[in-house]
Write a protein that binds this ligand. Structure first.
Ligand code: NAP
Length: 273
């Protein structure tokens, strides 16, 4: 199906071989009959080479799109022609599209967060949300929650990083995780790697603090059920999985690359298999 006219999109990161994006996007191209027009690839790339990848994108006609994982999401920003206001506010670009020869940067992670809540019918206006972690993902999570009207508090093991993030995004900062402080929140969001390899047995919260009224969202998508999610299910809390965030950010990315809506069920099938 691939010809001289096929446009290609590449995900870069270091590492990147765990990425499910190529399978997800290529399956959608197939389903929509777009396999002749687009192909989605992955390439491990050192962060020092991001600039060269962007140069290649400018030089090669059919090099249509670029997806960046951390830490490339920040590095790529310095090499683009235009960045949308959401990505600028978050301080990270995960999606680059070539339009009329110009390289345009977007962030779809925050859309992945807000659409996941939407799909569960959970409004974010006036909700009290605790974001655990102060890294790259937290920035998009905080932005998404705040944009939809939630009042966000940040907790991080390195408190100085939480304070900096708190100042930048005008959020409160929590310094202790206790039963009485945690019970006041509506949403508990894990944006740390606690729960994924090599921390599979760990949770970002001490055991016993999650209650039935909480909405518990874990950004981790492998494993599907982290210790944090398992405890939430056990106490009857509402749960949103990391794979949902991944699908909805990918959905938005697909629209940016092709101008078409991807079949959600195909994306879901790829991720959950
Ligand atoms: P990151 O930039 O490296 O930030 C990680 C954060 O977690 C930092 O605040 C760090 O604290 C904290 N942390 C790291 N190890 C810890 C530990 N052992 N104990 C306590 N805190 C720890 O990573 P990221 O890019 O934000 O990613 C965070 C998570 O989100 C990852 O699991 C990633 O897979 C997931 N994610 C999911 C999606 C999705 O679509 N579902 C998208 C993006 C990211 P310090 O500041 O003290 O180092």
């Amino acid at each position: 199906m691939i010809s001289a006219h096929t446009k290609f999109i590449v995900i870069i990161g270091d590492p990147v071989n765990h990425s499910l994006s190529p399978s997800m996007h290529n399956a959608c191209y197939k389903q929509l009959g777009l396999s002749e027009q687009y192909v989605y690839l992955a390439a491990r790339t050192n962060v020092t080479d991001v600039e060269h990848v962007v140069q290649a994108m400018r030089a090669m006609d059919n090099f249509h799109g670029l997806t960046c994982t951390q830490p490339h999401k920040v590095e790529v920003m310095g090499h683009l022609d235009w960045i949308d206001s959401h990505a600028l506010a978050i301080g990270a670009v995960n999606t680059v599209v070539k339009r009329d020869g110009k390289l345009k940067g977007y962030n779809t992670d925050w859309i992945g967060v807000s659409r996941s809540f939407e799909k569960h019918g959970i409004g974010l206006s006036e909700k009290r949300a605790l974001v655990l972690g102060a890294g790259g993902a937290s920035r998009a999570v905080i932005y998404g929650l705040k944009r939809k009207g939630s009042k966000v508090t940040v907790f991080n093991r390195s408190i100085d990083k939480a304070r900096l993030l708190g100042e930048e995004f005008e959020c409160d900062v929590l310094t202790e995780l206790t039963s009485s402080t945690i019970s006041k929140f509506d949403i508990l969001f894990n944006a740390t790697p606690l729960g994924m390899h090599p921390y599979e047995t760990e949770s970002p919260l001490p055991q016993g603090l999650i209650q039935a009224h909480h909405v518990v969202f874990d950004a981790i998508y492998a494993p599907k059920e982290t210790v944090f999610i398992k405890e939430a299910l056990h106490v009857g809390a509402t749960v949103i999985y990391g794979w949902e965030m991944l699908i909805h950010q990918g959905f938005s990315q697909f629209e940016l690359y092709t101008g078409m809506k991807p079949p959600l069920d195909v994306m879901e099938q790829i991720l959950l298999n």
